[in-house]
Design a protein around this ligand. Sequence first.
Ligand code: AMP
Length: 190
Amino acid sequence: MTNLVLFGPPGAGKGTQADILKEKYQLVHISTGDVFRYNIKNQTGLGLTAKSFIDKGQLVPDEVTINMLNAEVEKNPEAKGFIFDGFPRTEKQADALAESLKAKGTEVKAMIALEVEDEVLVKRLLERGKTSGRKDDADEAVIRNRITVYYEETAILKEYYKKQDKYYGVDGVGSVEEITDRISNVIDKL
Ligand code: AMP
């Protein structure tokens, strides 16, 4: 199995690239943000819990997120591999992912991190907010909080995967095609 963690701050382009890469490499794409938004739209209990955190730009608690992620993995027993987008975001989540993949006799093959400067992220997210309908893209203070949360709670995972020799940084600025090519160069050499 080829299991990839597509990593980067909010607005780095993880979702856009994951949509392309899942077709190209026949992988199952799991975006925890998308699963939360689906649950919010359908007014499930999970959605209700998640909404209060997401609207403020905070992380949804680990336990809730990990249980949800495991359920998504279990829904795809035939997968040739997964692209995880927006997960893991904490060390606890990274440990849980390792554990659940280990139970399947597999592991994370690589973390591919999209690198984009903060001011470019804010600009991109404000632009996306005009059409995405996402409340957390519409307010600059919430956007900046999401970026702060990324640095304070999530960015440490680069070290986590570096220690395992699984970290690959990719320049996340350029055209969508250019960035897909850069990521594909990494995947093709794994
Ligand atoms: P995203 O679509 O990845 O930008 O995620 C949108 C929001 O969903 C985040 O700002 C968090 O509130 C929540 N979220 C998504 N993934 C996670 C995760 N792995 N852990 C905690 N919260 C998450």
